[in-house]
Structures are given as structure tokens and as C-alpha cells.
Design a protein around this ligand. Sequence first.
Ligand SMILES: [Zn+2]
Length: 252
Amino acid sequence: MKRTVMLLAVVGITFGCKTQELAKEYKKDTSAGHFVSDNKKATQIAITGGGGSHEFLKFFGITDGEILSEKGENTVIYSEDVEEIGTLVPAVDILMLTNNQPLNATVKEAIFSQVNNGKLNLLIYHPSTWYNWEDWPEYNKQLVGGGSRSHEDLQEFEVTVVKPDHPIMKGVPKTFRIVDELYRWEKDPAAEIEVLAMSKGLESGEEYPTVWIVKHPKAKIVGNTLGHDERAHDLEAYRTILRNSLDWVKKE
Ligand SMILES: [Zn+2]
């Protein structure tokens, strides 16, 4: 599989395609975290997993992947294989970043090139909103709009919607409680973002941005620090925000 994908990627580059095609082999691939649409014009989405501290496939690949597939309307491919991710990025419309494992130079360049050419929108979730990679500061600065270096202990906290009129917050309760890691997420001083929801520690009283959009000239980007385990992914408010975020980043 991997070799075929690589070959198709090379063919795409050789013939000067700006955006590569998703390898045909995925059509017959029913691996967990893969949802392949029959619709030839389906929106194509890749989810990146891998790294430590999380069950990436189970929650981001399967639980969130099913939501993103919209009952077969979209194609979703989850991968933890960095080489494969390098071939997916130029072929998809939307990239959901949820990994904290390092990415290679090919993937990093592909993400920036697709985003800066207006060909890729991003959903950046929980582990990928962290300051994971010291050698990739432009990722946090330009794409995430900031980052987290610590979080409160896994416990219940309160999320408050601060922009109820924004489409990403449609149908989301004004306040809701969640058992998750409250990321101490901070905006990069140079980044332009719009915060849509904030969270407050019930014991600490400290507040941090939880859902925001990054104002990028070419791409739609949603950041969301929620998603440690099933207590987030199975929560209706989390699922509604993910569905709305997909609608918002999906190309017309
Ligand atoms: Zn976590």
C-alpha cells in the first residue's frame, strides 16, 4: 500500500499536478479509521495521529472520523504513518491534526505549501495544539496561533461559549461541563485569532481559550484543545462543535 501511494505521489509531481489525487487503492481499504465515500466529488479529509498519551486511532480516527465522514458524504483517512501522511496532505481538502509525534520535512513543507496556496483547511485538536516541536516554531505561530505547555489535572471543568452567533457554536449549550485536560493554552502575541469558547477550572478559577479560529489569509483554521479521551469524544457538545467546525472549513 505504502509503496503504491508513494509511486502515485511521484507521478503526480512529475506531471505537475498542483494537488495530487488520493490513491485509488483507498477505495478497497477498509482499515479502521478509513471512511471512503462512493461520491467522486466527496470532500477528502486526512486525520493525523500518533505519539504519546492518547488512544489516537480509537478516538480521533474512529469516533471523530465517523463524524467527519458525514454518513458516507466525505472520505476520511486516518494515518499514523508519517510517510503516508506526506502523500495524503497534498491530496486532501481538510487536514485534522491530532498527533504529537514528530512529522518529517516533507509533511511540514506540504502542510505549509497547501495552506498558503489556499488548498487546505485545518482542524487542529488537543495534542496538536501543544508546543510539541521546538524545531517547528512557525507551526504554532502561523497555524495554531499559539500553544500549550501544560494542562490542569484530568478533571471536570466548565466550557463557556463566548461567540454564540458564530456558526461553529450553533446548537452548543452556552455553558457545559466536560471531564478533560484543561490546556493552559496561550495565544502567540503575533497571531490573530477569534476565541469562540473559553474554559474555566472549577478549582483554580483560571480561564483559557478552548475553541478559536485563526485568521489566515488563505485558509480556514479551527483550533480546539478538547479531546483527551472518551469523556470528550462521546460528549454531545464536543461532537456538535466538531460537526460545525467541519461545515465551516468545508469548501463550497
Ligand atoms: Zn490529552
